[in-house]
Design a protein around this ligand. Structure first.
Ligand code: MEV
Length: 313
């Protein structure tokens, strides 16, 4: 029986989260050591068009038509079929697995959408461009997040570092010299939709104050881009610390993240910040390859979960 598999990576925001929702730039990179996977197997004995969906991580075992019309997985399948001009999906079983923790700032929702869209297109005998898959995932991000900037679906579909400005053509980012990060999970589940909505409410109350913070974040993102493109990675740590301070002022950090960031800095990280929506989820710490193990170990001892060391290239 024909079978099709597609993968998509996790992502981190290096600089510029939240401000990016308001049209400011941000920098994001894929994290290939964490992947979402969609596997489709044709079921020739099932009735025409019967699609059986299994996603063990969210205890989902259902037929497609049983899902609410706006269920994210249903929308991905339908939008992908529409995009490739198919009126229905031949009977099959779809299994979704993901090593990316949910509500942790690593783009789990967008990664599942991208992997599923690619697998569905392949099952229908088509291939979609990264841009087309990103657009489909963006439609579904709106269900998860309300007002997403589009950075998560873009970096995950492109699978490469990007300098991103909402509504502008995608700008791949050239990383002159690879650098090492420790990614660590605070263990606090924090849906991005909630922090994005809170920042919006605060911005509506006190627009000038928040715009000033966004402008400072935008300046950091531009500086970071220049350093990354010139290979001056040692300059990035201080920028991460400044970005984190502005994220605290936006109200999207929390005591646990602040504590773990402090642990990483004391253990020798050159800089550290939350990554993604904040108020939980993951932090990133810039490390020298020689201090990476020490920083990772200190974070684990301080209670962080899912600690990984990754090279950004
Ligand atoms: C989420 O990864 C990044 C945020 O800026 C939200 C968005 O850009 O859609 C918090």
């Amino acid at each position: 029986m024909p079978a099709f598999t597609a993968h998509a990576p996790a992502k981190i925001i290096l600089f510029g989260e939240h401000a990016v929702v308001y049209g400011h730039p941000a920098i994001a990179v894929p994290v290939t050591s964490l992947q979402a996977r969609a596997f489709i197997r044709a079921d020739v004995r099932a009735p025409r068009g019967q699609v059986h969906l299994l996603a063990p991580a969210i205890q989902l075992d259902a037929y497609l038509e049983e899902l609410a019309p706006h269920h994210p997985l249903r929308r991905v399948i339908e939008l992908t079929a529409e995009r490739v001009g198919a009126s229905y999906l031949p009977a099959c079983q779809i299994t979704i697995q993901s090593a990316i923790p949910v509500a942790s700032g690593l783009g789990s929702g967008a990664a599942v959408s991208v992997a599923l869209s690619r697998a569905v297109a392949a099952y229908l005998g088509k291939s979609l461009s990264a841009e087309a898959v990103s657009e489909i995932a963006y439609e579904v991000e709106k269900i998860y997040h309300g007002t997403p900037s589009g950075i998560d679906n873009t970096v995950i579909a492109l699978q490469r570092a990007i300098f991103f400005v909402r509504g502008k053509p995608i700008q791949p980012l050239h990383i002159q010299c690879p650098f090492t990060l420790v990614i660590a999970d605070s263990g606090i589940s924090s849906p991005t939709a909630a922090t994005v909505a809170d920042v919006r409410a605060a911005w509506q109350q006190n627009t000038a104050y928040y715009e000033a913070l966004f402008d400072q974040i935008a300046a950091i993102v531009s500086e970071a881009r220049a350093f990354i493109e010139k290979g001056e990675n040692s300059r990035l740590g201080e920028l991460m610390n400044r970005n984190q301070s502005l994220l605290q002022q936006l109200g999207v950090s929390c005591a646990e993240l602040d504590y773990l960031i402090d642990v990483a800095l004391r253990a020798g990280a050159a800089g550290a910040k939350l990554s993604g929506g904040g108020r939980g989820g993951n932090l990133i710490a810039l490390v020298d390859p020689s201090t990476s193990t020490q920083v990772a170990q200190s974070l684990k001892e301080a209670g962080a979960g899912g600690v990984i060391i990754t090279t950004v290239r």
